[in-house]
Every structure is written in C-alpha cells, then in structure tokens.
Design a protein around this ligand. Structure first.
Ligand code: GLU
Length: 445
C-alpha cells in the first residue's frame, strides 16, 4: 500500500506539544511505509491565518527534521470546494439554511428542556422556493449544511480506538459554509484528503465526531474513506494539559536547549506501550512505530522528563553532529571529555570557559599546603600519558589524603567548581602549565 499521511495545522500560531506530536506520528507512519507526508495548511479562516505563522510552522518542522514531501494550502483551493459543493447540491446532499445563531440557540434550549438531544431539526429542508425567496428578500443569506444519510449507520475500525459506531440520527447536519461564504474546516478537509490520496488520517481524539460526519462526506463525494487513527490527548503531569504546556512551543523548547531528537524520541512513544529511550536519530522510532501500541488513556507529558531524556541524548551525540554549535576551537577530545556532564549543548561553552578561561578559586587555609604539594607533583608528571591517575597516586602517597579530602580541593582549584566532568579527562585539556598555575594560585602563591 502506498501510504499518504498529512499534517494539517491552521496557521494561526506556532506549533505546540500537542500538534507536534500529531505531526511526528504522521511523519513516522509515512516514513515507515516509504510513503508520502503532506503538510497542509488549513487556512480557510483568512482572518486568523497568517503567512508568518505558516513560515514559523515550516521552520519548526524543518528544525525537528520532519520533512514534508508536499505542501498545500486550502486558500489556494477554493475553486475545488465550490465545485464539490455544486455536485453535492445537485445530488441533494447539501442544502441552504437561514436560521440565525440566536434562533438555533433557542431551538437547542427548547429541545434540552424537553429532555431531547439538541439535534438540528432540518426545518430548512422543508423550505420551498417561495420560502427561500421570501427569506432572502428579508435580507437573509443562507449558510450551508451537509445532509447526513440517516439510513446509513456510521462505522469504522479506528487504528487506535478499535470499532467505532455512530447513529447519524443523533447528529446534526453539519454547517459546512457560513453565510459570508467562508468555509468551515469539515468539507474542504474531506475534499483535500480525497484529491491528495490520503490513506491515513492521524489526529487527536477531539476529532472523533468530525470523523463520523466526514465519513458520510467521503461517501457522498464518491470516495472510500481513508483509515483513521485518533490518538488520546496529552495531559500535563498535574493531570490536565495546562495553559503553559498547551502552548509550549518548539521555539521555547529550542531555547531551553532541548534537541529535536529528544522531542522526537519522547513524543513518538509517549502514550504507547513502547519504552521512551534516548536515540540520536529516528531510525528505531520509524521501525517500531505502530498504532497497535497506542493506549487509549490520556498520555502524560512532563517537561522535566523531556529535559532528562534530552541530557541522555546529548551524551550520545558524536562530535560531528554538534561541531558547528560548539565554541570556536573546541575539538573532538574536548567534546568527549565534557559531554557526559551536559544537559544541553549550549552548556559546553561554560565548560570550555573553565578549561581555557580564568579560574578564581582561593583554597581554605588547611588545603593550601596540600595544593602546593600538588603543584610540585604536577611538575614531574608525564603529561603525555594520563596525568591525573599519576597525580592522585603521588598525592595519596605523599600526603596520606584520600577520598573527598584528596579530590575536592583539587577539583576546586583546577576548575573553580565543586562538580563536573571527570578530572581524568579535564586535566590534559587544561594542560600542564595552566594546571600548575591554577594549583599554585589556589594555594595563594
Ligand atoms: N486543522 C485541523 C486541526 O488542526 C486539522 C484536523 C485534521 O487533522 O483533520 O485540528
């Protein structure tokens, strides 16, 4: 099967955790099947959509490595939607309706007060030509509804949720076009999915009822519906997706030093039965991606967990992958030495400054003699061959110190910090002369 998926954001803002996850899943499914991944801007809402948002979404996807094989925008396709509407009108599947929002609201209230479901009563279907002419003479303009087939029960086998069943009698005929001529999302999306050959619609479970309605639209347009996968929504660690998390964007995560690989590794598998593991590239994620592993409970997203995963991924990244983001002059050996201590690649600059910058670390009274001894021991080490173990052995023998009393003053004197990368890796990078100078300075000489 030639798999085609699409990610269809409205360009009304930046991508956030929830829709990045949907984009990732669509991309993974297409990649797994050597299919096509389409980026489609749902920009029928001309007021809220903007070219800047579309550009930001494009840039975010590119940064995440989610390359789209095709790009479309709905605003360039209005003639297709007009043509489809005409066809549906001719076959009696769409009809004009004239109720105002207030009138519809009143109808719903009356139905609810009688204990009935608030389903549109199809009053507009009964209108004759004369009624319509009268309403239009009153200055009313029609909006358009899609007429559901009440005799065709709606079923599909959802790739995440299993068999789904809807009784069309309990659904209102959806409004597909407003009286000002603007389109709601439902019909254009269906037309696009048909014309672009989409085989799998992967989206959040907030769209399940839309799917029920759209399945009848596919059929009314003479097309077999695609497969559907509705994923459970994301919640924050506190149980619901907070405002902050709901709007947590790619840009904010990038500024936080989070790598695209971490976002992919996390969001690909969050809410599935597969383990979230550090991976420096997407190949394992692609290979194992499977809707059958998706759970139906809301998936919990925790930013702290993402940061921890990010650190583990940074520890895996080879020098070549990060070289252009490291401080000038930093080499593969420097990277290997400090990498295990980083939470983000940007922190490499801090350690670089420690290796090659100025370190101010006056030692306490009782450590000064010890550090002076360390400085003279350092002078007679073989610096070409693992100087740190030699230094430690010499000082153990010479001073009788061990453990923290031995290591801590050395680390502080040499790096100005209480913790950090392995001293064995750092010492040769600091170098002989600078190390001796730092030990002496800390000793107050
Ligand atoms: N623009 C819709 C949304 O972002 C697309 C839904 C869909 O995937 O069909 O919710």
């Amino acid at each position: 099967m030639n798999v085609v998926t699409r990610f269809a954001p409205a360009p009304t803002g930046r991508l956030h955790v929830g829709n990045i996850r949907t984009a990732i899943h669509n991309w993974l499914w297409a990649r797994k099947h050597q299919g096509r991944f389409i980026l489609r801007f749902d920009d029928t809402d001309r007021e809220r959509s903007s070219e800047e948002s579309a550009a930001a979404i494009r840039a975010d996807l590119a940064w995440l490595g989610l390359h789209a094989d095709e790009e479309h925008k709905q605003s360039a396709r209005f003639d297709r939607y007009d043509a489809a509407l005409e066809r549906l009108r001719a076959s009696g599947r769409v009809y004009p309706a004239y109720e105002s929002a207030q009138e519809l609201d009143l109808k719903r209230k009356v139905q609810l007060s009688r204990g009935k479901p608030p389903v549109y009563d199809r009053a507009a279907v009964a209108l004759g030509d004369a009624d319509r002419a009268r309403l239009e003479a009153e200055g009313r303009r029609p909006h358009w509804r899609f007429r559901l087939d009440h005799d065709a029960p709606i079923t599909w086998d959802d790739l995440v949720r299993g068999p789904q069943h809807f009784d069309p009698v309990l659904l209102s005929d959806p409004v597909i076009r407003r009286e000002d001529g603007s389109w709601l999302y439902m019909l254009p999306s269906t037309i696009d999915d048909i014309e672009m050959g989409v085989t799998h619609v992967v989206r959040g479970e907030d769209h399940v009822t839309n799917t029920a309605l759209q399945i009848q639209m596919f059929e009314a347009l003479g097309a077999a519906p695609p497969a559907f996968a509705h994923e459970a929504l994301l919640v924050g660690s506190e149980g619901k997706l907070s405002k902050r998390l709901g709007s947590l964007g790619v840009d904010a995560m990038r500024e936080d030093g989070i790598e695209p690989a971490a976002i992919l590794a996390k969001l690909a598998r969050l809410g599935t039965s597969l383990p979230v593991e550090p991976a420096a590239d997407a190949s394992a994620l692609i290979e194992t991606f499977d809707f059958a592993t998706f759970g139906r409970a809301p998936a919990r997203f925790d930013l702290e967990e993402l940061k921890a995963l990010n650190a583990r991924i940074v520890h895996l990244l080879p020098f070549e992958r990060v070289a252009d983001r490291l401080p000038q002059g930093m080499g593969a050996e420097d990277w290997a030495a400090i990498r295990p201590n980083l939470r983000s690649i940007a922190e490499a600059a801090d350690w670089w400054a420690i290796l090659h910058g100025h370190v101010e670390a006056a030692a306490s009274e009782e450590d000064r003699g010890f550090l002076l001894e360390a400085a003279s021991a350092a002078e007679s080490l073989d610096w070409a061959d693992a100087p740190w173990p030699q230094l430690v052995t010499a000082l153990k023998q010479g001073t009788g110190r061990s453990g923290k009393a031995l290591f801590h003053p050395l680390r502080r004197a040499l790096t100005g910090r209480d913790s950090g990368p392995e001293m064995a890796a750092m010492l040769p990078l600091i170098g002989r002369d600078e190390s001796i100078a730092r030990l002496r300075a800390a000793a107050g000489v």
